[in-house]
Design a protein around this ligand. Structure first.
Ligand SMILES: Cc1cc2nc3c(=O)[nH]c(=O)nc-3n(C[C@H](O)[C@H](O)[C@H](O)COP(=O)(O)OP(=O)(O)OC[C@H]3O[C@@H](n4cnc5c(N)ncnc54)[C@H](O)[C@@H]3O)c2cc1C
Length: 435
């Protein structure tokens, strides 16, 4: 397990996001015993979102973060804020029926709107842009994309513009792709700027945030207590938002939920700033882009004209060898016009994948909630998840229980991992896309 933590820490050493923000000095660790209405474990988007809404409704909120705020997936991701769920709507229909699946689709759109509301309300400067292009690179993948777009239009009234052949070259300057679907709802942002903006907003509302304060134990009760190395917090409600590293920092905190997600490594490389004219010629709309392969490439330009190219996965905790060169080659294979672009940063992190790729929210006790399993769709969904927990704690009618009804299987072999069967299963999908 500490292997995962080592690898996770290393993967954040050369991050473009960390290099492009000014973090203040670390917030003090928790010392001694304090009381709160709600204690939140983990200061990523999910934890901060819950804290923000709870504080806005007058609750005393404490957030405990094992490392620095947004040092986990929230401060490292592709910044792509996307509608929908990694599981696809079919899994939701299968489990919950059409009506609830429809409601969940709308909630995923609300999740995007929530980002924009918070940016506006709290004045968060985070390079936000709208626009998203889904692309397909093989005839079979074109058919799949078309079918998905048609289903979204007929079943949910969700509109995309369809581009094929020559028409697509006006959207993306790459010979790799055969077709693409553009929509205006999804988009992108600088995730660490956004996360640190959420932190400041929460602090302005009175939320107490402690960094370097890993929660190592949870004692259940009408007032639950969470313990760190040098302190404890007792509270009426606990929100666990620790993502993949929760069982690493606090193996005793919630062992029953750990096997429900698998940490999958994914990586991003950023070029040096490019000529603005080159940037505009590659993706004229400024959209974020993602293909529909099982192991997908996802990329976009940053506000300072770098290509941020994401892709490759690892089902072990090991970082792939020669990662920067690997990512560069992959990028140049799609965009030969970037052959001279130098890579300035390479980083990565772990995505919390659930077995069916649907989010995994629930309760360990009446007053202990957990949020995980965002499966690569967490930029937008975490905000909504935090809000739903806050509403549930305030006993307002909420959508939390619709999500909590989703059934999840455990990954074989415990939390971390990849049994040979699982790795073979992933390999199968990958090979299928390659050939
Ligand atoms: C490289 C990468 C690219 C991605 N790209 C995208 C993308 O483009 N679009 C998208 O939608 N999603 C993407 N994701 C996924 C997305 O980033 C996550 O789903 C989302 O950030 C999860 O937020 P979170 O708050 O649940 O977890 P995190 O941001 O991981 O926060 C959890 C926090 O809890 C802390 N913690 C853990 N255990 C404890 C403990 N015991 N005590 C105290 N604190 C603890 C951790 O230190 C961490 O800071 C990507 C992820 C990665 C890694």
């Amino acid at each position: 397990m500490s292997h995962l933590l080592q690898s996770d820490t290393q993967l954040n050493r050369n991050s473009y996001y960390e290099a492009s923000v000014q973090r203040g000095p670390a917030l003090s660790p928790l010392q001694g015993h304090i009381h709160a209405d709600v204690v939140v474990v983990g200061a990523g988007f999910a934890g901060l979102s819950a804290a923000l809404d709870l504080a806005a409704s007058g609750q005393r909120v404490v957030v405990l973060e094992a490392d620095r705020v947004c040092s986990g997936a929230s401060g490292r991701n592709g910044g792509q804020a996307i509608v929908g769920y990694a599981s696809g709507q079919e899994e939701l229909i299968r489990q919950l029926g059409r009506e609830e699946a429809q409601r969940m689709w709308q909630l995923s759109i609300d999740a995007i709107d929530l980002i924009d509301q918070r940016i506006a309300e709290h004045g968060i400067a985070c390079d936000r842009r709208h626009g998203y292009l889904y692309v397909a690179d093989k005839p079979r993948k074109v058919r799949e994309l078309r079918a998905e777009v048609d289903a979204l239009t007929t079943q949910y009234g969700f509109a995309c513009d369809w581009y094929e052949g020559q028409a697509l070259s006006g959207q993306i300057a790459s010979a790799r792709y055969l077709a693409g679907a553009y929509e205006r709802q999804s988009g992108h942002l600088h995730p660490l700027k956004y996360g640190l903006g959420l932190l400041q907003a929460a602090q302005r509302l009175g939320v107490q945030v402690f960094e370097h304060s890993a929660v190592v134990d949870l004692v259940h009760g009408a007032r639950a207590t969470v313990k760190t190395a040098n302190g404890s917090v007792s509270a009426s409600h606990v929100v666990l938002a620790g993502n993949c590293t929760l069982p690493v920092f606090g193996p005793r905190v919630a062992p029953s939920i750990a096997p429900r997600i698998m940490p999958v490594g994914t990586y991003i490389a950023a070029t040096e700033p490019l000529e603005p004219a080159l940037v505009a010629s590659i993706i004229p709309s400024g959209a974020a882009v993602c293909d529909n392969n099982f192991v997908l490439d996802y990329f976009r330009f940053s506000a300072d004209h770098r290509m941020l190219f994401g892709g490759e996965v690892s089902y072990t905790t090991k970082t792939p060898a020669n990662l920067t060169e690997f990512m560069r080659r992959r990028m140049v294979a799609i965009f030969p016009q970037l052959a001279q672009a130098r890579m300035a940063y390479t980083w990565g992190g772990f995505v919390d994948i659930s077995m069916n790729r649907a989010p995994d929210f629930g309760r360990l006790a009446n007053n202990v909630y957990y949020l995980q399993g965002f499966s690569g769709h967490g930029v937008a969904l975490t905000g909504l998840a935090g809000r739903m927990v806050a509403q549930t704690i305030q006993q307002q009618a909420s959508s939390f229980d619709v999500f909590a009804r989703l059934q999840h299987q455990r990954f074989p072999g415990g939390a971390w991992l990849r049994t040979p069967t699982l790795a073979a299963g992933m390999l199968y999908h990958r090979l299928r896309d390659l050939f």
